[in-house]
Design a protein around this ligand. Structure first.
Ligand code: ADP
Length: 270
């Protein structure tokens, strides 16, 4: 693949054809590199919990262990198999979106309700972490989409906001409507007062397996797939997801989704 067509002096038509072919080869090479990196990262992520389960299994089989040590070892096994299970689920989700399966599950849904459901699921996490979570939602606000996928997107971003915001901080969810030509859109902003993200990391956080700090993320349980899943779900809905952030001050994730034309707007606090 590393070879390129050289047709100097062969005439405009042929030179253009060779340039197009070379461009395609370059893109193919980049795709192969991405696939190779993805496979290597996925294998690496799976190898760690497998190794932990293996050594813990050996501990369980040792005759001189106390019941307490046995229990602790079994807890470790369960934690690691849970981690592997979640990772495999995430890899399957990404594989399915990569295959561009037809959108059979798309139907009209109220975005405000979908976000309220996700907020309900993370509220207990936020309270435990002593973080104030507020939301002002617009409802009804109808988009055509997959409720489960969109709820997952908001869960991913809200859970990250909780993970990366210290105690005493706040997370604010707000929603507004926008008009782009004839297309109306909803913009959902999730703003936190957390640790923020450095400028050099910002363009990379939607990449698969990208984590700003591996140690911190490992402690918080993430494999760096959350935001790439969120992004592929939003792209499937013809929407956009973007982030702005200031280190030590916080981050804002904006999601813009096209509205179904039948939407009617009234503001209501969650
Ligand atoms: P992870 O599972 O590690 O959280 P994600 O894909 O969800 O993976 O996020 C990628 C990285 O982006 C995280 O490891 C974290 O460093 C950074 N990040 C995501 N959301 C936030 C946030 N709200 N504040 C600070 N950093 C964040």
């Amino acid at each position: 693949l590393s070879e390129r067509l050289i047709v100097d002096g062969a005439g405009d038509e042929l030179e253009r054809l060779a340039a197009t072919a070379n461009e395609m080869l370059t893109r193919l090479e980049a795709s192969f590199d991405t696939i190779a990196r993805f496979t290597a990262d996925a294998s690496h992520e799976l190898r760690t919990p497998v190794a932990i389960v293996q050594t813990t299994g050996e501990v369980i089989l040792m005759a001189d262990r106390t019941p307490d040590e046995h229990q602790q070892a079994w807890r470790t096994v369960l934690m690691q198999t849970d981690r592997m299970g979640r990772l495999i689920e995430d890899l399957l989700v990404l594989a399915r979106t990569d295959c561009r399966e037809p959108e059979t599950s798309f139907e009209p849904l109220d975005l405000g309700t979908c976000i309220a459901d996700a907020i309900r699921d993370v509220r207990i996490l936020a309270e435990t972490a002593e973080i104030t979570l507020t939301a002002t939602l617009v409802t009804p606000c109808i988009v055509i989409g997959d409720t489960d996928a969109l709820r997952r997107v908001f869960l991913i971003i809200l859970e990250n906001a909780v993970k990366y915001t210290p105690a005493g901080g706040t997370i604010e969810v707000s929603m507004k409507c926008n008009r782009r030509g004839i297309q109306e859109t909803a913009i959902v902003s999730i703003r936190d007062t957390g640790i923020g993200i450095h400028e050099q990391d910002l363009p990379r956080i939607f990449e698969r397996f990208y984590r700003v700090s591996r140690d911190r993320s490992r402690r918080t349980g993430g494999a760096g797939l959350g935001l790439s899943i969120a992004q592929s779900f939003i792209l499937r809905h013809n929407g956009t997801i973007s982030v702005t952030s200031v280190p030590l001050q916080g981050s804002v994730f904006d999601i813009e989704l096209p509205l179904s034309n039948s939407a009617v707007f009234t503001e209501s606090p969650e």
